[in-house]
Ligand binder design. Structure first.
Ligand code: TYD
Length: 224
């Protein structure tokens, strides 16, 4: 596939959406065509499944059933949005992808081999070239989520946000372990830094990962 696939992962309140928007601006400023998308969702079919999952309507299915729904949503997202964009040669920036299932549903107790089977079926060979893990301690992330809910810039906690802090800490640990075991595709960014610093760190990681295409453009634009 001629395109470039970058996924963003992390716990709640890591600041992924802001950083995705900033990376999009940078890539467009150097002439790239960018598609921003998210999971669960990112295609009409998958958005329907998103509402079921985040409202808690699917909770009765248990973690294994929820994992199946995340996989079903992902399969549609890959077929309808991600793969066509990559085939066109676009840059796809995706807010969460298969690593979120490994971490969130893994933490909820779903068997690793079962999750692997679902992942293989859902992604159909479409794997990220680079995964940006925006890492923040659970306490920091959750206080940002609470602040957003208070000032009206965010929504009330969804089914997966509304958990004990220890659950959020375990997810953080699992993300970091995953980043270590698949370090060839991960860049771990300290999400507690200032927005601008996080932006620069992410840009550096992206330029490094796609050096042959971005180094010349970056020099021309004179940006960091
Ligand atoms: P969303 O509001 O999009 O998340 P965030 O703003 O934190 O990125 O909600 C997505 C929620 O779904 C989030 O709590 C993580 C969870 N999730 C899973 O449990 N498994 C998955 O495979 C995915 C993609 C998300």
């Amino acid at each position: 596939m001629p395109g470039h696939f970058i996924t963003f992962e992390g716990g709640e309140g890591a600041g992924k959406s802001t950083q995705i928007a900033r990376l999009r601006t940078f890539l467009e400023s150097v002439g790239k065509t960018v598609v921003v998308t998210r999971e669960p969702g990112g295609s009409p079919g998958a958005e329907k499944i998103r509402s079921m999952l985040l409202s808690g309507d699917a909770r009765d299915l248990g973690p294994r059933g929820e994992a199946m729904l995340f996989a079903a949503a992902r399969a549609d997202h890959v077929d309808s949005t991600i793969k066509p964009a990559l085939d066109r040669g676009d840059w796809v920036l995706c807010d969460r992808y298969a690593d979120s299932t490994r971490v969130y549903q893994g933490e909820a107790g779903v068997d690793e081999n079962y999750l692997r089977l679902l992942e293989t079926a859902a992604v159909a060979g479409v794997r990220p070239d680079l995964t940006i893990l925006v890492d923040v301690p659970a306490k920091v992330g959750l206080s940002r989520v609470a602040q957003r809910a208070r000032d009206g810039s965010g929504e009330a906690p969804d089914r997966f946000e509304d958990e004990e802090i220890s659950v959020h800490e375990r997810r953080r640990k699992l993300f970091l372990e995953l980043a270590t075991s698949e370090s060839f595709r991960f860049a771990v960014i300290d999400g507690t830094l200032d927005l601008e610093e996080v932006e620069q760190e992410i840009r550096k990681a992206v330029v490094q990962a796609f050096a042959s295409e971005l180094k010349p453009a970056q020099n021309l634009s004179g940006k960091a």
